[in-house]
Ligand binder design. Sequence first.
Ligand code: FNR
Length: 400
Amino acid sequence: MFGFEPARAVTIGDLRELARRRVPRMVFDYIDGGADAEVSLRGNSRAFEEITFRPRAAVSTPSVELRTTVAGTTLELPFMLAPIGSSRLFYPRGEVAAASAAGQAGTGYVLSTLSGCALEDVKTASRGPVWYQVYLVGGRDVARSAIARAKAAGFTGLVVTMDTPVAGLRERDIRNGIPQLLTFKPWTMAPYLPQILARPRWLAGFMRDGGLMTFPNVVLPGTGAMLYASVGPALEQSVVTWADLDWIRQAWPGPILVKGLLTGEDARRAVDAGVDGIIVSNHGGRQLDTVAATLRALPEVVDVVRGRIDVLVDGGIRRGSDIVKALCFGARAVLVGRAYAYGLAAAGETGVSRAIEILRADLVRTLKLLGCESVAALNRQYLDIPVDWGQPSDAAGARC
Ligand code: FNR
């Protein structure tokens, strides 16, 4: 992309700043913001800062192993790209760009149901594993046919998001006039248009890419791809319950992971339901605000699961050292959301590749500085955990 020199983005924070300059405020805030007072959004990142490392000095680690396996899928990196709806608004054909970058790096991409690119195109774009994230928008039959398409296209994992019985209140979106802009009534939209006109380069790309996206993976009977403005009400009518896992299991023969759990009780239910993995997540602080930071919820889930299925975590990860801390607590791998979404909004596929490279280099450096030769050898002994975090049982560190 003209003007973007990847090496000048040293951190994910730098990519965030570049994204802020390239896309309209309402798009940036949609990525960056959280629900209500954004307490959980901030808490996710802060939790990583509360944990300090206990390195082993004078250990030679000429090479470090980052490879891991999640629900039977081998990844070259212990992180995957999280499902992020509407990525096509950040950059032309955004989901295709992000999946391609993930595949180049040897890691996986999780495609949101609420994406602007057809799932077949996203699969074709990646040479790595691609998983499909399910919302029941449009109802069970609509989801069932998307799952059948995903299976036929070669997706290898299914992620069922369980924390979205209704969309959280993203206050920034309301203030930026997203509801008004979606009315398509000129006088209603007018006060909010300057933020779009202030980003002509983004606007040109958006128009070339076909204007406002629809949802080609949510095909409604009779009317076709769901329209963008319909998503709010559709989410409210599409609550996923534990009972849904029965028919989803019938429809999908491969691994199923449930995303959005935060407690040991729900982790037990997930194990009993026979899923293959749990993603501890509070949706990046975008759903119920003031829930626990995900890093704090992780040990409880790891303890309950006791290695029977894989546990992943997401939320607030902006550095490789954050990933290392999550792995020390017993996560098999993590998902990163905004960390790559900022890169996508800043510079498309090049920006996502830069985000992945920043995290990969951080991981290698952090492991070497810790004196640990592989992600599989990480455990709680590498961490100093504040007393007020309580005592996670040894199960958290027993993975290795
Ligand atoms: C999300 N997330 C999300 N999750 C999901 O299951 N389906 C979705 O469509 C979306 N959409 C979405 C959009 C945007 C803009 C964001 C930032 C997040 C949640 C996402 O998968 C992940 O749980 C969080 O992003 C993790 O937190 P961090 O890494 O962004 O802090």
